[in-house]
Design a protein around this ligand. Structure first.
Ligand code: 6PG
Length: 479
């Protein structure tokens, strides 16, 4: 074979196919391979005119059609299918070649695979890719992990096909081994939180404000022009505007109200629990999906007629629409602050040295959580890379302090009227927790010491102490 491909893609379902087309459209020769050859053939028949594809039926031919060092993008389901593909290709590769997993893999799997392949002289590059099918084709946000060396050989190609902001690629080397997949996982966690907050805003406008979905679509359209401007706000307006062709009802009223999930939000919360980072906004959004999907429990509650607030519950005491915008913005800031804190904690734990500002930078386009305010996150970390929380950056501090009265009114209204708003209220509770000069954690320490002699520290002297609770004197001793 004379011509060799710069990059190969194996796994040609829609994401893989679109990534392959994106590389080809950027002038790269792309080797393509799929378990069943039909898909490979179809890709070349349908889109062959877009660039140069080198189709192969066997893994051996596919590998042979790649220039060295070989770059093989794996785009198959996370978990066992990924391991199967690695097992198939690794023996065919040579030292310095790269296997790039562009699926939503768990970062611990990526760490395991990277270590195993490194032993064999191969680079394993766990790469987050966000933007769905359209993004994969027209420019996703790309979050590659793996070795620096692999990024030197691979980065320029990935940067080429990524989304751009003012000509700058939405792709950067995130850090070693599982760093890329970790960051993609947190991206998805933030995505869950963002979606939950938007859904709560809609619910309040609908059930407290009494607006129709079409009217609320216009509200979101307006918000999209302001500081909330983002892809998720934009598509929310589109979804709310949609009318069901069969029934003539708003689309949102004919869809079953049980949110599904593939698991990346849950992974984010599991990892946060291990790291000890309170990502309450992401956790509430995962739990809210679980609650919505708990059909049996909801049916039992409906049957029992769990009572709501009395008819005298007051109406909202301000401009609902303006207040909800404030609550949404403030809660969103909290969710992002928590997600970024989780990235920083993992970076420290695993020695990844992730630049949080660079993450905000590559999320400004291409990905699902792209939003205007990521510019401010980038600026905050550029100014102070080790910022303990975004909430202390001046822009966010001003935004949240400007929002807080409205935010409190919205949470109060939701509670009084019996509208579930776990995202808004937990974000506010987190905010109040952070600003509290004294937390009731002191009492918890006392309880722990009482029943388990777990000891406590004091505000006024060094060391650990224990009170002899079982004695009548209850004297304190140094522990
Ligand atoms: C993206 C999306 C993508 C996918 C989510 C959906 O960044 O392009 O996040 O990865 O749409 O996994 O997740 P759920 O099915 O769990 O909602």
């Amino acid at each position: 074979m004379s011509e060799k491909a710069q990059i190969g893609v194996t796994g040609l379902a829609v994401m893989g196919r679109n990534l392959a087309r994106n590389f080809a459209r950027h002038g790269h020769t792309v080797a393509v391979h799929n378990r069943s050859y039909n898909r490979t053939k179809e890709l070349v028949e349908e889109f062959g005119h877009e660039g140069t594809f080198l189709p192969s039926e066997s893994a051996e031919d596919f590998v042979a059609s790649l220039e060295r060092p070989r770059r093989v993008v794996i785009m198959v389901k996370a978990g066992a299918p990924t391991d199967a593909v690695i097992d198939e290709f690794a023996p065919l590769l040579e030292e310095g070649d790269m296997l790039i997993d562009a699926g939503n893999a768990h970062y611990l799997d990526t760490r395991r695979r990277e270590a195993a392949l490194r032993e064999r002289g191969l680079h394993f590059v766990g790469t987050g890719v966000s933007g769905g099918e359209e993004g994969a084709l027209h420019g996703p946000s790309i979050m590659p992990g793996g070795s620096k060396e692999s990024y030197e050989a691979l980065g320029p190609l990935l940067e080429d096909i990524s989304a751009k902001v003012d000509g700058e690629p939405c792709c950067v080397h995130v850090g070693p081994d599982g760093a890329g997949h970790f960051v993609k996982m947190v991206h998805n966690g933030i995505e869950y939180a963002d979606m939950q907050l938007i859904a709560e805003a809609y619910d309040l406008l609908r059930h407290v404000g009494g607006h129709t979905p079409a009217e609320i679509a216009d509200v979101f359209k307006g918000w999209n022009e302001g500081r909330l401007g983002s892809y998720l706000i934009e598509i929310t307006a589109e979804v709310l505007k949609q009318v069901d062709a069969d029934s003539g009802k708003p689309f949102v009223d004919v869809v079953l109200d049980q949110a599904e999930q593939k698991g990346t939000g849950r992974w984010t919360v599991q990892a946060a629990l291990d790291l000890g980072v309170p990502v309450s906004g992401i956790a509430e959004s995962v739990f809210a999906r679980a609650l919505s999907g708990g059909a049996d429990v909801r049916a039992a509650a409906a049957q029992a007629g769990l009572p709501g607030p009395s008819a005298t519950a007051g109406s909202h005491s301000g401009d609902l629409q303006a207040d909800v915008e404030q609550a949404l913005f403030a809660s969103k800031i909290v969710a992002y602050a928590q997600g970024f804190q989780q990235i920083q904690a993992a970076s420290k734990e695993y020695g990844w040295e992730i630049d949080p500002g660079a993450m905000a930078k590559i999320w400004r386009a291409g990905c699902i959580i792209r939003a205007k305010f990521l510019d401010f996150i980038k600026q905050a970390y550029d100014k102070s890379p080790s910022l303990p929380t975004l909430l202390v950056d001046q822009y966010f501090l001003d935004a949240v302090s400007g929002a807080q009265d409205a935010w409190r009114r919205v949470v109060a209204t939701a509670a009084q009227q019996g509208i579930p708003a776990p995202g808004f209220s937990s974000a506010l509770a987190y905010y109040d927790g952070l600003r509290a000069s004294r937390l009731p954690a002191a009492l918890i320490q006392g309880q722990r010491d009482f029943f388990g002699a777990h000891t406590y520290r004091r505000v006024d002297k060094e060391g650990s102490f224990h009170t002899l609770w079982a004695t009548s004197e209850r004297n304190e001793i140094s522990a």
